[in-house]
Design a protein around this ligand. Structure first.
Ligand code: HEM
Length: 158
């Protein structure tokens, strides 16, 4: 069973303006369809399954991947599945229970980028929108951080 340790400090707010994060193209859904988006997220969660941040996620990773996929379907131009099934996204608030520091965010992002490596052939991801999608993941995942960097993440001061 997942056990998330209680916070010893209030959530940390990263020095980022979330309004500067550009949403990905809503044409992506038209090219991929729901099934491919769910398959892409299922494969991403298979990668998370063996990662060092696996402990933050629910026991049932397949089901967890479906909740995420529902959000991406809406974000990429499809029907608002997440809203219909689980309510308002409020992503930063929903991530607050999990101690997402820069290191955890880095692992999450690199596994997503790995999943995208053969996305055009595997999931019919439109190649011309890959860079925009990656930029979104980079910016939005930074906004999901809620736990200050540890000393190991902070460059030593001169
Ligand atoms: C582009 C950035 C991100 C997006 C769009 C995103 C999206 C989502 C969505 C839609 C969910 C499902 C919420 C629900 O259960 O209803 C979720 C859950 C979760 N996310 Fe993220 N996320 C992002 C970044 C991150 C990062 C950087 C981490 C950690 C390093 C993370 C960790 C988690 C965890 C632990 C859950 C709970 C999964 C579960 O147990 O069901 N997320 N995320």
């Amino acid at each position: 069973m997942r056990v998330i340790p209680p916070r010893s400090e209030p959530p940390w707010t990263p020095p980022i303006d979330p309004r500067s994060v550009v949403a990905p193209s809503r044409d992506i859904y038209a090219a991929m369809g729901e099934e491919n988006i769910f398959a892409m997220l299922a494969d991403f969660y298979v990668r998370l399954e063996t990662s060092s941040i696996r402990w933050m996620f629910a026991d049932d990773m397949r089901e967890a991947s479906r909740r995420s996929a529902a959000f991406f379907v809406g974000l990429l131009g499809g029907p608002p599945l997440y809203l219909e099934r689980y309510g308002r996204p409020m992503m930063r608030a929903r991530h607050l229970p999990f101690p997402i520091d820069p290191a955890a965010r880095g692992i999450w992002l690199s596994l997503f980028l790995e999943t995208l490596e053969d996305a055009p052939t595997r999931y019919r991801f439109p190649a011309q929108h890959l860079d925009g999608f990656k930029a979104f993941l980079d910016g939005f995942s930074a906004w999901m951080m809620n736990t200050a960097p540890t000393e190991a993440d902070t460059p030593a001061s001169p």
